[in-house]
Write a protein that binds this ligand. Sequence first.
Ligand code: HEM
Length: 409
Amino acid sequence: MGQDAQAATLERIDVSDPALYRDDTWHEPFRRLRREDPVHHCPASPFGPYWSVTRYDDIMTVELDHATYSSASELGGIQITDQPQGQRLPNFIRMDPPQHTAQRRTVAPIVGPKNLANLETTIRERTAAVLDGLPRGETFDWVDRVSIELTTQMLATLFDFPWEDRRLLPYWSDVAVANIDAPDAPVRSNEARMAELEKMADYFLELWNERAKGEPRFDLISMLAHGESTRAMPRPEFIGNIALLIVGGNDTTRNSMTGGLLALDAHPDETRKLRDNPALIDKLVPEIIRYQTPVIHMRRTATRDVELGGKTIRRGDKVVMWYVSGNRDERAIEEPDRFVIDRPRARQHLAFGAGIHRCVGDRLAEQQLRILWEEMLKRRLEVEVMGPPVRVYSNFLRGYRSLPARIRA
Ligand code: HEM
């Protein structure tokens, strides 16, 4: 093969294909891009032309320059897929300052240190109840019984959401982020998605109106209903922000709980290390999150012509930061493809992003995962993975539909 043919092949690499993540075959194309063309232009994809940023340091550069790399909904938002025209749902992850700053500040206290300390006992009791309720010596679905249940309970607490209806939350989350072309998508068109999200909005509006009338309380709905920058949101922005908080707190932590079990099952030496020294949980948790990287990418739009990694990105171009790749960048992380539960700088990863949009719920996510593994160790639960997981068909969220598991009796 001549040099031209090789270059042509490189140009044709399109890492936006959701099948790469469903089949877990994304490692090699990204390894190649990081090595040969770290800021890579894909001229034609189902999502139009886009730039891929694949190295850790370049992703940081984009993250920290929000004036050049915008998150604004009007420019297309934060996913490689543009929001469909006429169905834009702005929310603060799809905003630039100053709007972003004000809205983020409204909800941030719910995941601040004081509230996290208050939540510790509740999370522990619920985690204990979920673990104690699992069958022994019998195969069950870890995703449904543990990951979804624990994150849904948490979310219901943050919203002070009617407990008996809590499974609506993961359903709406699935609807909000569904790839409508996926075989198991809960909605098959953007119109169907909007119709479901309108129902979600109606449900939340009732809770909202009640809480807006009352004294401010410490739950997400009350905080938004009383917040200066959020209390009079137009309906699309209302839907957008509710969906953001549901998706943010739901899929990501859920998939880390499943990814953590899978990683430990595949690395018995690391599991032994953990059993011998439970204090390693503090490093295990960020390593699980890095290794899983539940958010595959975030997208920005260039607001001016700019150089990155020797390439010229034009104003209006789509720029995609591939966190899955940055977290496996051998230039920034030693032996990145190994799962190592006692890494020296375990929290140095990109799974939570960086800069002004860095995940607001990062500490809560870590706390939930820490408590889950503390309670498992306390009970000496030996959980075996009984078969391969079913992975999600998506280029945005790296997750699991199901994972058969069994607790040794
Ligand atoms: C392991 C779990 C989690 C992961 C991997 C994760 C990942 C991320 C990422 C990558 C971003 C975008 C960062 C950027 O653009 O630089 C983000 C933003 C966000 N996350 Fe998380 N997240 C997790 C858990 C949570 C939880 C538990 C909540 C809420 C309770 C949450 C709420 C949010 C919100 C509201 C934003 C938007 C922040 C902003 O735009 O300022 N996330 N998250």
